[in-house]
Design a protein around this ligand. Structure first.
Ligand SMILES: [Fe+2]
Ligand SMILES: [Fe+2]
Length: 460
């Protein structure tokens, strides 16, 4: 951004041939190419008042306000929402884009964008792909669309995962490319709009546990990875590893997986073998042309090992559990504990699961990553039934995007103080205070949906 700004300024001040202009443009082309080759792509995107470079939102503060603000207003005036930068840009290509961007104008942003695109085309410059900002439309419309897209991604992912697991079970090698596409779909969806997919993880289907579990672990892992600042390519790798973490279970007899009672020692041996069985399955995948990273195998192997190595399999030598495994272990533990399964009648509320993950050292989780995970989901994760100080009941529908308001999620109020059903449910952002600065509603506790006869999935 600094290089971009410097080049814009110098073009404004000097003629194009001037050495300062050539130097700043050269630096811009160089740094852009460096980023592109390191991260695999380079995309500059504006969303509202935020600037994203690939998946990272740039932090706006006083020291860079002038720089960012200037670029933001130029792009807005030029009708630009995203600039996708191709490989090995030259000074000539960048100079034309910046000249066009900095030019004076009286036409509307839409017309400006069309003009810039056609001028680049005339000059035979294909380095940049410019697109208008994502139309937010009316919020309602946008939300509906985002929700529909998230639903599509989710159900496709579950279908492909089911296919993969079932084909491994009957001894076939599934198509890796298909799995990779699923992961890409999830990563893209999480990058575009974090909350919509996370909301879907609460809609677990009891019969399809094995498949929805893998997809949920993938979604939680990718969303957490994103919070940790991973690049898109790193997220692909993490997502793939997360989706495949339990693939070894397809080598464990089905009746054992579905058994409700206690396991015999022999049976437990089978269950505890699924991490390394998974590594073998992934090794077989490697016969295909498509590259499959060793990191996915590491995650398979390590996801029950725990940070203090008290889990299984027992490592022979001292080792450090990889960060991808630590992330997947957290996602795995959370999803398993919040799902209702055959052999568990009592289900913990999502909030109490998070609390337990944070406070119980025997879980063997990385405390810093757990903290980031709680930041991601909020103290009251999506799908939590909550009681408000107004005695109304609500279901959490999304975490508050503001990290300072973790205890004030977006909720749907489903019944009033007298217990009458609110239909349709009233959507309230608990983080918005009244005119007098006080909050109209505050969560006082979470509640067990069973006890209130509420099916939270009906409200998600
Ligand atoms: Fe597992
Ligand atoms: Fe699992």
């Amino acid at each position: 951004m600094v290089a971009f700004y410097a080049a814009l300024r110098s073009i404004k001040l000097y003629p194009l041939e001037h050495s300062t202009v050539q130097k700043t443009l050269g630096e811009l082309a160089q740094v852009a190419e460096l980023m592109r080759s390191e991260e695999g792509e380079l995309e500059f995107r504006i969303s509202g008042e935020f600037i994203f470079i690939n998946s990272t939102r740039l932090r706006l503060d006083l020291s860079n306000y002038a720089t960012f603000g200037h670029i933001l207003s130029l792009c807005k005036a030029a009708g630009i929402g995203t600039i996708h930068v191709g490989a090995r840009g030259t000074v000539r290509e960048w100079s034309l884009l910046l000249t066009l961007l900095g030019g004076e104008t009286k036409v509307s942003p839409d017309e400006r964008l069309a003009e810039i695109i056609s001028r680049l085309k005339q000059a035979a410059i294909e380095l940049f792909q410019l697109d208008p900002p994502m139309q937010a439309g009316t919020d309602q419309e946008f939300n509906e669309e985002a929700k529909a897209a998230a639903n599509r991604t989710y159900s496709q992912s579950v279908a492909v995962t089911k296919d993969v697991i079932n084909s491994v079970r009957i001894g076939k090698t599934p198509n890796i490319r298909k799995i990779k596409r699923v992961v890409q779909g999830i990563v893209d969806q999480v990058l575009n709009e974090e909350t919509s997919l996370i909301g879907l993880t609460a809609l677990r289907d009891y019969d399809e546990y094995t498949f929805t579990h893998s997809v949920n672990v993938c979604i939680f892992s990718v969303a957490l990875g994103r919070r940790l600042g991973m690049t898109k390519l790193q997220l692909y790798e993490l997502g793939l590893a997360a989706l495949m973490h339990d693939i070894g279970k397809s080598r464990v007899p089905l009746d054992l997986l579905q058994k409700t009672g206690d396991l015999t020692e022999e049976e437990w041996k089978w269950m505890a073998a699924h991490p390394w069985l998974g590594v073998l399955v992934l090794f077989q995948f490697r016969r295909q042309q498509e590259e499959l990273s060793y990191r996915a195998m590491t995650v398979c192997h390590e996801h029950h090992m725990k940070v203090d190595l008290t889990g299984y399999p027992k490592p022979i030598r001292p080792r450090q559990v990889s960060v991808l495994s630590k992330i997947v272990t957290i996602a795995d533990g959370y999803d398993a504990a919040t799902s209702r399964r055959v052999y568990r009648t009592e289900i913990l509320t999502p909030a109490s699961v998070l609390e337990e993950m944070r406070d119980n050292p025997r879980r063997g989780l990385d405390p810093v990553l757990v903290k980031a995970f709680i930041n991601l989901l909020g103290i009251y994760p999506t799908g939590t039934l909550v009681v408000l100080d107004t005695f109304e009941l609500g279901v959490v529908s999304a975490a508050n995007p503001n990290p300072d308001a973790l205890s004030r999620p977006i909720i749907k109020i489903i019944s009033d103080a007298q217990g009458n059903v609110t239909s349709p449910p009233l959507v309230v952002d608990l983080g918005i205070p009244e005119a007098n600065g006080e909050f109209a509603r505050t969560i006082i506790k979470t509640a067990d949906p069973e006890r209130y006869g509420v099916r939270v999935s009906d409200f998600l």
